[in-house]
Design a protein around this ligand. Structure first.
Ligand SMILES: [Zn+2]
Length: 197
């Protein structure tokens, strides 16, 4: 009915999912942490203000919402064989998008340095940036350079539109798009702490 038009179709294609066979590789406290993380990220991605923004972006990019089959917020982190963490993946043929968390270790170091509230803002916005990025892959496929540039621009537009009290999103923007150096610094800091401790 007409009322359905007011909800965003993408929102109904989102799920939290876990690879049960991988659960055994994680301790109970890790699983508990990742379950909390994923439900927080899931809520951040489903927020109407963000869904509305995605709807606008998809329209602007002429990406048909039907090309998206599903978006899964994965509970457990995923690492490439080279050890690098993955924020998201997109199967452009099937239209399947996967969003992955940061590791618990990263979050602990981050929290020590910036506090829990900043971690939550960071985690939510990192997932948003990842979803924007993966959605753009549906159109630009293997063109990583274009996807990265556009994702950065679009995330900036989103962050700027947020009300003042969540203007932290703009600081997080800098963090996410310079994430590599932040991560490096954090790891160095943790190593120093370990050495000192
Ligand atoms: Zn990419």
């Amino acid at each position: 009915m007409l009322m359905l038009e007011k909800t965003f179709p993408l929102s109904s294609k989102m799920r939290i999912s876990v690879d049960h066979e991988k659960l055994g590789n994680f301790s109970q406290s890790h699983v508990k942490f990742y379950l909390k993380y994923s439900s927080f990220v899931f809520r951040a991605l489903k927020k109407p203000s963000f869904q509305k923004f995605l709807h606008w972006m998809l329209k602007k990019e002429k990406i048909e919402e039907q090309t998206i089959m599903d978006v899964h917020v994965k509970v457990l982190p995923f690492r490439r064989k080279n050890g690098k963490g993955v924020a998201g993946k997109c199967d452009t043929v099937r239209g399947r998008i996967r969003i992955y968390p940061k590791t618990m270790k990263f979050c602990q170091i981050f929290t020590r340095k910036f506090g829990r509230n900043t971690l939550l803002v960071y985690a939510g916005n990192r997932a948003r940036a990842a979803l924007i990025h993966e959605l753009l892959h549906l159109k630009y496929a293997e063109d990583e350079k274009t996807v990265r540039e556009l994702a950065k621009d679009y995330f900036y537009v989103f962050a700027q539109r947020q009300p003042a009290q969540s203007s932290k999103a703009l600081c997080i923007y800098t963090m996410i798009f310079t994430a590599k150096s932040v991560e490096k610094k954090l790891l160095q800091a943790s190593q120093t702490i370990q050495v000192q401790g």
